[in-house]
Design a protein around this ligand. Sequence first.
Ligand code: F6R
Length: 255
Amino acid sequence: MTAQDRAPEVRVFADAAAAVDVLLGEVRAALGRRARPLLGFATGGTFHPFFARFAAELQQGAIDERAFVATHLDEYLGFPPDRRGGMVHELVSQCPPFGSMLVHGTMVPVPHDGDPERLRAHEERLQRLGGLELQLLGIGRNGHLAFNEPGTAFELGFHRTDLAESTRQDARARFSPEEPPQRAATAGIASILAARRLVLCAFGAAKAPAVRRMLRDPVGVACPATALRRHGNSLVLLDRAAAADSGLDAAPAAG
Ligand code: F6R
């Protein structure tokens, strides 16, 4: 089987909001496939419309927060869950039920000190929890997946990393008036590819070049998101603006 044979299914929607039902459907499908699955969430503006709906479903009991264990992709070094700007802080702000899951130990945070031993233990803990049933992903303008910046070996598991300049620029508003962090702990590409189902979302024109590279460039470290084409069970959800450079915009699949 070639890399191309494992190309993700791609669906193009009128806008980001239209993709939320599909994301909620992916969560429900994961809950149906196995008891108490481990679900990996992603941070970033891409997922804010999803988290608004997901939080409401949890708060109304339409989805039971005891039915799954949650984790996420990455954390800025030195950002414990209660520090503004951090990923867990964002997740809890966007989806308050994650706060009680943190207290109950069913939201598993990425170690924010980036200690290699702790990161290894974190990866092992995810495996003991059954491994990721579903991992949601965004994509950076530079083609990063989680904080695997261009040039990062696909073989790495959780590791510490320096953030690319474009990644720091994109995070500037989030940390203003402070400088954005320089370093983070992140799931590696190998950690991400170990998930049984991957769903990547990209919305807006700023993501169109990265989406084209992810889908069309040779698979390799120059564009970490091309790793998705090594997976074999992945779905890409785009809006028309993000799909525009990839020759997909003329034939929206849904939405
Ligand atoms: C965040 C993460 C990053 C983001 C990406 C897109 O946990 O892993 O890879 O998914 O930078 O960020 P937004 O959604 O803000 O455009």
